[in-house]
Design a binder for this molecule. Structure first.
Ligand code: NDP
Length: 298
């Protein structure tokens, strides 16, 4: 039987609607809109696309977007000075510095400069630490979005076997932490994992965050497993195509015959990332303003 297609795009649209409605409530109470500052350094085409879509989504969610574009040759000190200005700006609730940064800039130093209460990407070590010890803080948008899709489909994850493939700071590790907090039994796999197909085969939940096109095969999956595909990979164009197709880290077509449910690429995890960024910005706005976000509003 074919797997259920987990429609991240529709879920994200509903979340964005709720965030927009609550942002309007916030503006009424605070006398200002929530604000998200996005900093883009250089001309990386993919980053430009992301920044443009974040800007548009911010406005649609009844928030202010502040875009700062800096030359690729900008010095680290100048970038840090901008972050400092944004930290002190009461109109800015969230600060996002689009990664990757040019190689002459120390990414970790820039992330560390963002005030943890405005770190809506959840990359600051303070927020990573809060997640690790179970304190409230900002959780990276992509894994939090994956978690929302998983709990929406499965409800209680207690005791389920989860395998996360990938151990990056922005996806794999926080994903594993969230699953652990939800009482799943978690394995983190990576490039040195032995017998990866066997490891994946025991999972009720598979999260693939690798960056290798269609690496996870149908016969790696336990029948009925729930599969969340974070990967975004562009294949080389075949004849007649100007650009290659976008695929995930999972061989979607074949995997759909075995899995119980699966996220497509595109239209799965990708749209959740921006929706959760808006959610995190709204949460930051309430905190920064000293207001209480009503229970269950999002
Ligand atoms: P990274 O490159 O930082 O991490 C990739 C991870 O995959 C590493 O931990 C690496 O292991 C592991 N890995 C690589 N090759 C293998 C292999 N053959 N077998 C098992 N594990 C392997 O990537 P990110 O976490 O940043 O992103 C992962 C994917 O998700 C990418 O395709 C990216 O484009 C996508 N992405 C999508 C987002 C969205 O919004 N949907 C947001 C963020 C990322 P090791 O640590 O041992 O090197």
């Amino acid at each position: 039987m074919a797997a259920e297609r987990i429609d991240g795009k529709a879920f994200a649209a509903r979340l964005r609607d709720r965030v927009g409605a609550q942002a309007t409530e916030f503006a009424r109470a605070a006398g200002r809109k929530p604000g998200l500052a996005v900093v883009l350094v250089g001309e990386d085409p993919a980053s430009q696309v992301y920044v443009r879509s974040k800007g548009k989504a911010t406005l649609e969610a009844q928030m202010n977007g502040f875009e700062h574009r800096l030359d690729a040759a900008v010095g680290q000190d100048e970038l840090l000075a901008l972050v400092e200005t944004l930290n002190g700006d009461p109109a800015v609730d969230g600060i996002l510095v689009q990664l990757p940064l040019p190689s002459h800039i120390d990414e970790q130093a820039v992330i560390a400069a963002i005030h943890p209460d405005k770190d809506v990407d959840g990359f600051h070590v303070i927020n990573a630490g809060r997640l690790a010890v179970g304190q409230p803080g900002f959780v990276p948008c992509t894994p939090l979005g994956c978690m929302m899709l998983l709990t929406d489909r499965l409800g209680d994850l207690s005791g389920l076997e989860a395998v996360v493939i990938g151990r990056s700071n922005i996806v794999g590790k926080p994903m594993a932490q969230l699953l652990l907090d939800a009482n799943a039994t978690v394995t983190i796999a990576h490039s040195r994992t032995k017998d990866l197909p066997d490891v994946v085969r025991r999972a009720d939940i598979v999260v693939a965050a690798v960056g290798r096109p269609e690496m996870v095969k149908a016969d790696w999956l336990k029948p009925g497993a729930t599969v969340v595909d974070v990967g975004i990979n562009r294949l080389p164009p075949v004849e007649g195509e100007s650009r290659g197709r976008l695929v995930g880290d999972v061989d979607y077509g074949a995997a759909s015959e075995v899995a119980g449910a699966i996220t497509p690429v595109p239209g799965g995890v990708g749209p959740m990332t921006i929706a959760v960024l808006l959610r995190n910005t709204l949460v930051a706005a309430y905190r920064n303003q000293g207001l209480e976000l009503p229970e269950g509003a999002l």
